[in-house]
Design a protein around this ligand. Sequence first.
Ligand code: COA
Length: 255
Amino acid sequence: MDIRLEEPRDWRAAEELTREAFWNVYRPGCTEHYVLHRYRSDPAFIPGLDFVMEDRDGRLAGHVMFSRAELLLGDGSKFPMWTFGPIGIRPDLKRRGLGLRLLLHALDAARTLGVGALCMEGNIAFYRHAGFGLASRIGLHYHSAPPGAEVPYFLARELRPGYLAGIEGTYHPPRGYFVAEEDPAGFAAFDATFPAKTKAFRPGQLPQFCRRCGAPLRADADCGLQPGGGIDYSLCRGCSATVPVSRESPPQQQA
Ligand SMILES: CC(C)(COP(=O)(O)OP(=O)(O)OC[C@H]1O[C@@H](n2cnc3c(N)ncnc32)[C@H](O)[C@@H]1OP(=O)(O)O)[C@@H](O)C(=O)NCCC(=O)NCCS
């Protein structure tokens, strides 16, 4: 497997891979391929930390991207931080050590580029292998939790030793991660350019809530019906039957 910087010729294949890797993992369907698609033109995107992994036949096996972020400090100032993701491995190649190899490669490159520390939301069972720990243990707070609360999926690590010494701040994921919620129509149009796939509720997904009224969504029976007859996994049955869809503010992050 070869790891190299992503090039424009890889863009579509990386989005396809990301969609396959994330499909039904955290929610019915996924939005990470749209996040990746939109991030490439976001000033927070870091082209020098946008990697693909390629197999011997030239097919993509994995992808990871990084973004600039920030911590909000108690005095209202901002402190430079970084984050990464989506990171995805082609489904037929998962759990063979490739994700960790890709991530460690990218972290080495990030250190070389001067990245001081990283915060992200993820599964500690994977990220501990790359040196990540609970962010709350080093004085970092998660935006939607009370200061000091231990948030099991809010992870961090320093790349430059001492970068976070004496720093206590709150992490808000950058806006680039919410493009699908902010622009559901744009996301739906983009997703429709990929092959049809079946959305489904699966054990281990994040809790899902109706985008408009906040009702919990746990099964197809809870969800809204689209005019064409398909299920709308972002709306509840009650809302979609009575009120037209509005697209004002993005929902609270559910991770
Ligand atoms: C998460 C992902 C990138 C990991 O890559 P991978 O190649 O499958 O994982 P690796 O084989 O490199 O795993 C390295 C270690 O982490 C563990 N690990 C990997 N994924 C894990 C998971 N989902 N849950 C628990 N442990 C996991 C492995 O068991 C392995 O530990 P071990 O050596 O002690 O067995 C990949 O599975 C993927 O694309 N998943 C779907 C998308 C996703 O969830 N991305 C991350 C978003 S935060």
